[in-house]
Design a protein. Structure first.
Length: 300
């Protein structure tokens, strides 16, 4: 698709939002999407079995925004990969943008994503911390996450940066082209599903464009117990990932995209929060060990 044709079809894109038990955050997320300079013509909300049905909220937003079709799907199970695949299946547009209920998108988010998709099948966006968050815990989570993702970005030309890893709270795909190469989210990977998706793209030689102007603000967890629980889950899912992909292949792929300046920056950041980082690392290791023992004794 040429740039002129892309410009004429700027609003012909879908936004998929996964949500679970966070109605107020979801309202803020959807409101930010509906307040963009160029609104999508379709929003798909995948409810991962929230305790309270969110249909009333969706109905009200639909009533106030008649030019955008809002589809609400309530799943009876929690599986992020199945939720994202469902969004891909029912989306009426080829261009699909993903974000999560704890994110708010910048005014030109959709426009910049569509422009990037005019040249690439997969696009990774940029993330800042929600300005309303003042806690040091939120700041540390953002800093460590941002430093991790920066490891895998590199410049290919004056115009383009590429990434090795997608981040599903802010990414975009060309549905038609990605499905043609049989790349989908893996239901056996219930967490960090974006990394499994990224490995699939890597094996199919599908480049991921990094677009810094495709910007969101993320609201991080502000409770240390919730954060450590997430780190445990992260470790467990890395173990699942390593069962599917040979670890040496994964490391080889990572090294292909890592550069000294990024490693140095990451080292400087983690040193600043050494003890918090070690605590996170410890819980990730516990999660990985749990997954290993589960595989050993149960076989799954």
């Amino acid at each position: 698709m040429g740039f002129f044709q892309t410009y004429l079809n700027m609003n012909k894109y879908s936004v998929a939002v996964l949500t679970y038990n966070r109605e107020e955050l979801l309202k803020r997320c959807l409101t930010s999407i509906l307040e963009q300079a160029i609104k999508p013509n379709e929003i798909i909300v995948i409810d991962q079995n929230s305790k309270n049905l969110l249909k009333k909220t969706i109905t009200q937003l639909q009533r106030d925004n008649k030019t955008v079709t809002i589809k609400y799907i309530h799943m009876k199970l929690r599986n992020v990969s199945k939720g994202r695949n469902m969004a891909i299946k029912i989306a009426s547009n080829d261009f699909i943008l993903f974000t999560d209920d704890d994110c708010e998108v910048e005014k030109n988010w959709g426009k910049n994503a569509v422009r990037a998709l005019s040249t690439h099948q997969l696009v990774l966006g940029n993330c800042t911390i929600n300005k309303k968050q003042k806690s040091i815990l939120a700041y540390i989570q953002h800093t460590l996450t941002d430093s991790y993702f920066s490891l895998f970005r590199f410049q290919t030309s004056k115009s383009f940066f590429q990434s090795y890893i997608l981040d599903t709270k802010n990414c975009a795909i060309n549905k038609k082209k990605v499905l043609k190469q049989n790349v989908l989210f893996n239901p056996q990977q219930p967490y960090i599903e974006d990394m499994d998706f990224s490995y699939q793209a890597y094996t199919k030689n599908i480049p991921i464009r990094y677009e810094s102007k495709m910007l969101i603000a993320h609201t991080y967890k502000d409770n240390i117990f919730d954060v450590l629980k997430s780190q445990f889950k992260l470790g467990h899912n890395f173990q699942i990932l390593d069962k599917r992909w040979e670890k040496n292949v994964r490391i080889k792929a990572l090294k292909a995209y890592m550069f000294t300046k990024h490693e140095k920056r990451n080292s400087e950041i983690t040193t600043s929060y050494k003890y918090i980082y070690l605590l996170f690392f410890f819980f990730r290791k516990l999660g990985y060990l749990f997954g290993t023992m589960k595989t050993l004794f149960i076989g799954t």
